[in-house]
Design a protein around this ligand. Structure first.
Ligand SMILES: NC(=O)c1ccc[n+]([C@@H]2O[C@H](COP(=O)([O-])OP(=O)(O)OC[C@H]3O[C@@H](n4cnc5c(N)ncnc54)[C@H](OP(=O)(O)O)[C@@H]3O)[C@@H](O)[C@H]2O)c1
Length: 295
C-alpha cells in the first residue's frame, strides 16, 4: 500500500505556519493531520466550537504535535472572514501556507447574512476574501504558498454573469460547478497578480476518478444526495484525498511553480474556459465588488 504523503516527507515542515479552512472534516481535516505530522504549526479554521475543539484535541493526540490551534469563523459571513483575518494577523507574525478548502453543496438556494447565494459565497468569495486579507503576511513570509481546493467538476462549470447567484433559476449542480470553476480562474488570476512576490498559488482536484469519502453532500436531498450516498463504498479515504493538498503545501518539487492545476499530485490541464484571462479578470472585478475590496 502506498504510504501517505506526510510519511514520505517526514518532519519536513519544520516550524512552517499553515492556515487551513475546512479543517474540521474530510479532506481539510486529513490535510491538517498530515501537515501536523510533518511538524508544521497548524491553524485550523472551523465554524462550530464543539466540533472544532473535538477535531483539535484529536489531531493533537494523533500527531503528538502541540502546535495546532483552532480559530472560529463562519466563512459564509464576510464580517467573520474579516474578523478571522484580523485575529490571525494579530497573533501570527508569519504565514507560510494558506489552504482554502472549506466548501459545500446546496440543493436549494439559500442566502447568507450578506444576502449572497451560499455556494458562491462559501466556495468562491470566502477563498477570494480571506486570501486577499492575508496577502501582506504571506508576502512578508515569502517564499509562501496558496493552495485552493477546487474539483474536477469545474469542467462542467460556466460563469454565468447574468445570474451569478442563481436568482433567476437555481440548480445545485450548476452553482457548485460554477463555484469550482471560479476557484481555478481565481487561482490563475491570483498567480498572475503575484508574479515576482515569492508567493505561489495553485489549485487542485482532490482524489482521482472516484470521490473522497467525506461529509460532503451527506445531508443533501435529491438526485445529487442519492448519487453521493450510493457511491460511498467506492470512494477513497480522506487521507488519500488530502495527498495533493499536502504535496502542494509542502513538497520541494513544486517550489516556485504557480498558476497550475493538479490532480493526484501531478500537474494536469484544467478546462479550456479556465484559461480565459479576460473571464478571470472580470470574475476578479465582480468578486472585489461583492467583497468590497479594491479591484
Ligand atoms: N469529497 C470529494 O470527493 C471532493 C471532490 C472534489 C472537490 N472537493 C472539495 O473538497 C473540499 C472539502 O470538501 P470535503 O469533501 O472534505 O467535505 P466535508 O467533509 O463536508 O468538509 C467541508 C469542510 O468545509 C467546512 N465548511 C462548510 N461550510 C462552511 C462555512 N460556512 N464556514 C466554515 N467552514 C465551512 C465544513 O465545516 P463543518 O465541519 O463545520 O461542516 C468542513 O470542515 C471542498 O472545497 C470540496 O468542494 C471534494
Amino acid at each position: 500500500m502506498e504510504r501517505p504523503e506526510w510519511e514520505k516527507h517526514g518532519g519536513g515542515m519544520g516550524e512552517k505556519v499553515c492556515l487551513i479552512t475546512g479543517a474540521t472534516s474530510g479532506i481539510g481535516r486529513a490535510t491538517a493531520i498530515g501537515l501536523a505530522h510533518m511538524g508544521a504549526r497548524v491553524v485550523m479554521v472551523g465554524r462550530d466550537q464543539g466540533k472544532g475543539e473535538a477535531a483539535l484535541a484529536e489531531i493533537k493526540e494523533k500527531t503528538t504535535n502541540p502546535s495546532v490551534d483552532l480559530m472560529l469563523a463562519d466563512l459564509s459571513s464576510q464580517e467573520e472572514i474579516r474578523r478571522l483575518a484580523v485575529e490571525f494577523n494579530e497573533t501570527h507574525p508569519r504565514l507560510d501556507v494558506l489552504i482554502n478548502d472549506a466548501g459545500l453543496f446546496r440543493s436549494e438556494r439559500i442566502t447568507t447574512a450578506d444576502g449572497l447565494e451560499t455556494t458562491f459565497a462559501v466556495n468562491h468569495l470566502a477563498y477570494f476574501l480571506l486570501t486577499n486579507l492575508l496577502l501582506d503576511v504571506l508576502k512578508t513570509s515569502a517564499p509562501s504558498r496558496i493552495v485552493n481546493v477546487s474539483s474536477g467538476d469545474h469542467t462542467n462549470g460556466t460563469i454565468d454573469f447574468d445570474d451569478l447567484q442563481g436568482e433567476k433559476g437555481y440548480k445545485g449542480p450548476k452553482a457548485y460547478s460554477q463555484s469550482k470553476l471560479a476557484n481555478v480562474l481565481f487561482t490563475y488570476e491570483l498567480a498572475r497578480r503575484l508574479e515576482g512576490t515569492g508567493i505561489t498559488a495553485n489549485c487542485l482536484h482532490p482524489g482521482g476518478r472516484v470521490p473522497v469519502r467525506t461529509n460532503f453532500g451527506s445531508g443533501v436531498s435529491g438526485v445529487f444526495g442519492v448519487m453521493v450516498r450510493s457511491l460511498r463504498p467506492l470512494m477513497i479515504s480522506p487521507e488519500k484525498g488530502a495527498d495533493t493538498s499536502i504535496s502542494l503545501a509542502s513538497s520541494p518539487e513544486v517550489e516556485g511553480l504557480s498558476g497550475r492545476y493538479f490532480v493526484k499530485k501531478a500537474e494536469a490541464r484544467s478546462s479550456d474556459v479556465s484559461y480565459d484571462e479576460r473571464l478571470a479578470r472580470r470574475l476578479w472585478e465582480v468578486s472585489a465588488q461583492l467583497t468590497k475590496l479594491p479591484a
